[in-house]
Design a protein. Structure first.
Length: 213
């Protein structure tokens, strides 16, 4: 039985979610909360297999909450259930070793799959966002900061930083006075050079090498 604790501040959504998840005999909802402070208190008292969080809680920013969770239980398995699709949210949370990120628009079967995957030691990211695979994590290059320039050109680093800020190819082209096709080529070269398969892989490289906050 998977012990699941859900933190969600929208009461009506929370009640409906619990009713749906309780239909799966493999999942036991051990408790719910609407505030970050409540879950921190619970973590000090009981063991939870999977902690499911909303990104925006009323009493604490997401990164502060994750830091406090890790201070209490460094290896706590965390899945985010959210409406936020942007990579800026994902890469902020990846720094704190989350195991899952699922959109609220996902079907209940996908959410159940995510919970079971994370509980068994895997990772799960919603099919509706850029897929993050284990290969992305294993193959992402980590280098000393002064050697990044040996892998990437100044222009590539510049474009990489803008990609991580969620600039579109057209917006990057306008900002750097380049053609869109040139930006597309740079982006493809970045993916090839760094051995990743998508935008999230680029973000992971940038985080590992301190190119973005």
């Amino acid at each position: 039985m998977i012990k699941l604790f859900i933190v969600e501040d929208q009461e009506i959504y929370l009640e409906g979610l619990c009713l749906l998840l309780q239909k799966d005999a493999a999942i036991e909802i051990t408790g719910t909360a609407g505030k970050a402070a409540d879950v921190l208190a619970v973590l000090q008292e009981k063991d939870i297999d999977v902690l499911m969080l909303d990104v925006h809680l009323p009493d604490m920013p997401e990164e502060e909450l994750l830091k406090k969770i890790r201070a209490i239980k460094p290896h706590q398995k965390v899945v985010y259930l959210t409406m936020m699709r942007g990579t800026r949210y994902i890469h902020k949370l990846l720094k704190h070793n989350i195991q899952g990120y699922v959109l609220k628009s996902a079907a209940i079967n996908e959410l159940m799959e995510a919970i079971k995957t994370v509980a068994s030691g895997g990772t799960y990211y919603s099919k509706e966002i850029d897929v993050i695979t284990d290969d992305d994590f294993r193959s992402t290059v980590t280098v000393e900061s002064h050697k990044v320039s040996e892998i990437l050109s100044k222009r590539e680093i510049e474009i990489l930083k803008l990609v991580c800020k969620e600039y579109s190819n057209a917006a990057i082209a306008e900002k750097l006075f380049l053609s869109v096709s040139t930006v597309e080529t740079h982006r493809k070269n970045l993916i090839a050079k760094l051995g990743v398969s998508n935008t999230v892989g680029l973000v992971k490289f940038a985080l590992k090498n301190n190119l973005i906050e």
